[in-house]
Design a protein around this ligand. Sequence first.
Ligand code: SF4
Ligand code: SF4
Length: 200
Amino acid sequence: MLTFTCLRCGRCCKACLFIPLTYEDFYDWYLSKCFLPILLTIKESNIYTEEAGIEWAYTLLSARHNVYSLIRKILEKYNVKICEEGCSMFNNVYNYCRIYRRRPLACKLFPFDNNLRVVSWALENCEAIKKGLVRPPPDYVIIAQKYSEAIERTYSNKNVLDKVENIRKIVFDKVMRRIITDKYDLETLRYLLFNIVEYG
Ligand code: SF4
Ligand code: SF4
């Protein structure tokens, strides 16, 4: 059995897959002032959440959603293109994740789930898995454990969900109010929204 190595083809990022987010993901983005992914989150129901025993989870906005058209317009104004084929954080032109070093735990673990099983989409579509690279690398054990605990902590505890909502509210208020009212200094806005992305 060969150890998995991602081929960085980006196919999974363009596939409109569900990316359950945890409080840890939000908190990491918030602390590092990586605000754009926080703005582009939504609550969504999905079969994964049914399997995990929860009704819904936060996920990154993908092209199939029409909400947040205002954010889209602003990004377009600054020439930041939202990926039209999948996750909003994917740079479709140069084929990379804009927040790679700060990507969600679910993405760090992909194409494995928190039980280190290959997810069904990847069996059919991930070239690395199709090449037989099906054994998770050793450090994935730690990521899987962290992810499981984070999912459990986030979705079974109302206080933690309140904290997530609070982070989202602060960021929406802080960034969006400035944008909507046009009462912002452009450099500040760029820092708040744009200069913090494109980690590559
Ligand atoms: S589809 Fe597979 S090989 Fe391609 S980026 Fe995703 S995990 Fe990596
Ligand atoms: S956050 Fe990054 S790694 Fe995760 S799906 Fe989006 S583009 Fe891909």
